[in-house]
Design a binder for this molecule. Structure first.
Ligand code: UDP
Ligand code: MG
Length: 329
């Protein structure tokens, strides 16, 4: 098999429960699809036996290409490793490994690609998730849209089909703190959304912790918006304005109405308030400085422990076997 047309890319972190279901559904898709497809699975340093399960599949089925990272790097970096490895000549189909993004939608997405779209992203019509998570996502995407300097589509995550050239650009982007849905939007070309209903997780628990989700949200905000820093400036201008007005008012009170200025409590309150405001301002600037700090280190984004790709091994073997023997095999 030469290079496949499509790579399905799915990161996995402790997905022991969903793994058999994922493989079954991917196999069913590949067996019936007229497209040539490879599956790129990334083990993001799982602590359960996900890696062993992946190994078994990769060694027995040449359509599976498995990458094992040296530790847990997080979903966005695992995805980055997968995209860098995928060989699909036409497009990459990026899905979650927990089957919340139905792989069976590939033909529908591929059709859009054939119509000339470089990015076909999925838009969630409905989410089968808890109220709190749904509300947080809903608010985040709307907030992001209002402050971002790229037009990140509402209610769409990383689930998408991206053309080979978009994947090539993404692979060349050296950003350390990655918000892939934003980077994908930034690249441009023709992009289109396809609506779908996001399923509940096939099995197991969500692997994204609250802390990880907050990190992702921060990466979105600080990598794709100037709003926080502009906001700090505006806050500074506004408080100077208020101070000047207050000062003038006090002078008028003293010299026109002979009122002695008072308000010790108000002073303490304002002192504490603006100390807080200044600390927040410092923190906001710190977020940008941190990003510069990590970026300038120039560390690789991830370290690969092992790659198993039976297909490549077979190609290597074919390459090594002299022609007459090859016919006998
Ligand atoms: N994931 C990962 N590394 C992590 C956390 C999650 O590769 O550190 C994978 C996980 O196995 C799943 C996908 O990323 O395939 C989405 O994670 P999850 O389902 O926990 O996120 P949610 O759907 O709740 O946003
Ligand atoms: Mg999930």
């Amino acid at each position: 098999m030469s290079a496949p047309q499509i790579s399905i890319v799915a990161p996995l972190y402790n997905e022991r429960e969903t793994f058999p279901l994922l493989v079954a559904r991917l196999n069913a898709l590949m067996d019936t699809s007229p497209l040539s497809i490879e599956v790129v699975l990334i083990d993001d340093g799982s602590r359960d036996n996900t890696a062993q399960l992946m190994q078994q599949v990769a060694l027995t089925d040449a359509r599976y290409h498995c990458i094992f990272l040296s530790r847990n790097y997080g979903h966005q970096i695992a995805l980055t490793a997968g995209m860098a490895t995928a060989r699909g000549t036409e497009a990459l189909f990026v899905i979650d490994g927990d089957l919340q993004d139905p792989p069976e939608l590939l033909p529908q997405f591929y059709e859009k690609y054939k119509q000339g779209y470089d990015v076909v992203y999925a838009v969630r019509k409905k989410r089968k998730e808890g109220f709190l998570k749904k509300t947080a996502y809903f608010l985040f995407y709307r907030f992001m849209k209002s402050i971002s300097y790229v037009d990140i589509p509402l209610d769409s995550g990383d689930f998408s089909l991206i053309s080979r050239r978009v994947a090539d650009v993404l692979n060349k982007m050296p950003e350390e703190s990655r918000f892939i849905r934003g980077m994908r939007t930034w690249i441009g070309f023709k992009q289109v959304g396809v609506e779908y209903e996001r399923d509940a997780r096939a099995a197991g628990e969500a692997k994204y912790t609250f802390k990880m989700l907050r990190k992702l949200a921060y990466n979105g905000i600080f990598n794709f918006s100037e709003f926080p820093i502009k906001f700090v400036t505006q806050l500074g201008v506004a408080s100077i304005g208020i101070a000047v007005i207050y000062f003038i008012q006090t002078l008028i009170k003293k010299y026109v109405f002979n009122d002695v200025p008072e308000g010790f409590t108000a002073m303490i309150f304002l002192l504490i308030l603006f100390s807080g405001v200044q600390l927040i301002a410092l923190g906001l600037i710190g977020e940008y400085v941190l990003r510069i700090f990590f970026q300038t280190k120039g560390r690789p984004l991830y370290v690969v422990r092992e790659v198993i790709c039976e297909q490549e091994r077979q190609l290597d073997r074919n390459f090594l076997i002299p022609d007459e023997q090859k016919n006998a095999v």
